[in-house]
Write a protein that binds this ligand. Structure first.
Ligand SMILES: Cc1ncc(COP(=O)(O)O)c(C=O)c1O
Length: 384
């Protein structure tokens, strides 16, 4: 059935995402799927039991719009413990249905027609559509390959009177790189004295390796006072399908964020909030994550080392980049599709994270998988 009038798309350049395409292809060809970023193992049983407990105790109706107070209080406590900054649970912590939603709501709450938003490519795919749907203009800066670092002098040159927001993401998807203290200091210097808002995507805050400190903007008061910080319980508790996260922001930004949130979803699942609140009280449930994923990173790297793929450094997130220029000179999208169809292993080509499809012959593999899956995947990669 087709609507009779011609609809002028608000997102004319966006079709099916590469994640759906590659996962579809993986299913169709019965390939091992290291493309989409989600674990193939179950969350802690204590968490699933707590959800049932929440339902039995009657947490089945609308939760308060900004989130259950018990959960917001534990989020504020955890943030204070980790980053030494006080967020007010009533006024500065908002529970949202996933980080993607938090990012969309944050952008919608402050970006107006013709506002410019600086972001870094390769970029997670939800930033640009959210900017454009709100009439904003994405201003892209390429991270420097192969370390994916930021040239802050280049960023400084792009700041105009229209710059309303800068989006950062650390640990970074898709590169697995992280920002260091010097980056955050440069950022603070850049926005000093301006009204620029920071959107800091920190969904992998607990997936960082080699004893590196996660450089949250929360550590830097001059950044935190102008920032939305977005985190995801999906990443922290192996529950990406539950779609829940939170946004930290000073009260004036939170006020605007909640104006959007109350008309978009209004609130998020009650029994899951009940469960996360109890889990989050135990820091062991997230403090063990760096070691857990570092072991997976190292295991996968060791298995792949015998192949013709070149491993790029991975300091955080659950993505390993592999460079394949010694194997083929095909474009990364074609090569990724051929690997899925002919060799039965699915990944994500990195060029899709750039508007200009910058192609460095690199593929992204998700190692949030059981060791058995990683072994099967590496066995294939070693034959290519
Ligand atoms: C960098 C980044 N931001 C945000 C998200 C979205 O998180 P959520 O599943 O909580 O919406 C993801 C998920 O892959 C991500 O990698």
């Amino acid at each position: 059935m087709n609507h009779p009038s011609t609809i002028s798309s608000k997102l004319p350049k966006n079709g099916q995402s590469i994640f759906s395409i590659m996962s579809g292809l993986a299913n169709e060809h019965d390939a091992i799927n290291l493309s989409q970023g989600f674990p193939d193992f179950n969350p802690d049983e204590r968490l699933t039991k707590l959800v049932t407990e929440g339902m039995r105790k009657g947490f089945n109706q609308y939760a308060p719009m900004p989130g259950m107070m018990e959960l917001r209080e534990v989020i504020a406590d955890k943030t204070y413990e980790l980053y030494g900054i006080d967020y007010s649970a009533p006024d500065e912590v908002t529970v949202v249905p996933g980080a993607t939603y938090g990012i969309f709501a944050a952008i919608s709450s402050v970006i107006k027609e013709d506002d410019e938003v600086i972001l870094f490519e390769p970029a997670y795919d939800c930033y640009v559509p959210a900017i454009e749907l709100n009439g904003g203009k994405p201003i892209r800066v390429e991270l420097k390959f192969p370390n994916f670092n930021i040239d802050w002098a280049e960023v400084a040159k792009l700041i105009t009177f229209r710059t309303k927001m800068i989006i950062i993401n650390t640990p970074h998807n898709p590169s697995g790189c992280v920002l260091g203290p010097e980056d955050l200091k440069q950022l603070a210097k850049l926005v000093h004295g301006s009204d620029i808002i920071i959107l800091s995507d920190e969904v992998y805050e607990h997936i960082i390796f080699d004893n590196t400190r996660h450089e949250s903007v929360a550590y830097y008061p001059e950044l935190a006072e102008r920032s939305f910080i977005v985190s995801s319980f999906g990443k922290t508790y192996h529950t990406t399908g539950w779609k829940m996260g939170y946004v930290l922001a000073p009260r004036n930004l939170t006020r605007e964020l909640r104006k959007v949130h109350q008309f978009l979803a209004f609130s998020t699942s009650s029994p899951m909030q009940y469960a996360y609140a109890k889990m989050l009280k135990n820091p062991k449930t997230y403090n063990g994550l760096p070691q857990f994923y570092q072991e997976k990173r190292d295991y996968f790297a060791e298995l792949v080392r015998g192949s013709r793929f070149e491993l790029l450094p991975c300091s955080g997130s659950y993505f390993q980049l592999l460079k394949y220029d010694k194997i083929s000179d095909e474009g990364d999208e074609d090569f990724a599709k051929r690997l899925t169809i002919e060799h039965k292993i699915a990944s994500i080509p990195i060029s899709v994270f750039y508007r200009n499809k910058t192609d460095n012959n690199v593929l992204r593999f998700c190692f949030a998988k059981s060791n058995e899956t990683l072994e099967k995947a590496a066995e294939i990669l070693c034959t290519i």
